[in-house]
Ligand binder design. Structure first.
Ligand SMILES: [Zn+2]
Length: 177
């Protein structure tokens, strides 16, 4: 835990460690943090609506935000990233349509809905996935880069349940849809 927090600090992110909580029924947040800002090349990004997130996942997320999202935004859209809007991490629930606990039940997944750039543009997964050429390319590039950093990545091409967000899940797997 200390190791993970130290690594997260080295990314330039600002965060607060959270106490472990056990909710029963296979739901808990352990070794988790509240991620306030993520360090970028020149600036910091805010992350909205996140809540508790497992530290190793926060580490992967910080790397993706900086080296995946921010750089793609600069290269493809001509503006750095300012904010990532999420639909949260922790939720005591099952994988939709199954009896299996979701990674969200351990705060080991983040649902990302939209990206706001320094120039004011807002690119949402839902409207941008099939929008202008630049937005389409941006979202596909950062989806691919997420697949290198997370164990499971699900997006609009996976199913209707993911048409408005990317599901980014910590783990050693390599499931990318
Ligand atoms: Zn999810």
């Amino acid at each position: 835990m200390r190791q993970c927090n130290a690594e997260l600090g080295q990314t330039g992110s600002r965060f607060a460690p959270l106490p472990d909580k056990f909710y029963g029924a296979g739901c808990s947040t352990t070794n988790s943090v509240r991620l306030e800002r993520v360090g970028g090349d020149h600036t910091e990004f805010t992350v909205t609506n996140l809540g508790a997130v497992a530290c190793p996942l926060a580490n992967s997320f910080a790397g993706w935000a900086r080296y995946g999202v921010d750089r793609a935004a600069q290269q493809i859209l001509g503006s750095p990233l300012q904010r990532i809007e999420t639909m949260g991490s922790f939720a005591c629930r099952n994988v939709a349509g199954s009896a299996r606990r979701s990674a969200h039940a351990r705060a080991e997944a983040i649902d990302v809905a939209a990206f706001v750039l320094a120039d004011g543009r807002r690119i949402s997964v839902q409207s941008g996935w099939n929008a202008s050429r630049d937005e389409r390319e941006f979202l596909r590039v950062i989806h691919r880069s997420a697949c290198k950093r997370f164990g499971t990545v699900l997006g609009p091409d996976y199913n209707r349940a993911h048409e408005d967000h990317f599901h980014l899940e910590y783990g050693s797997g390599n499931y990318c849809r």
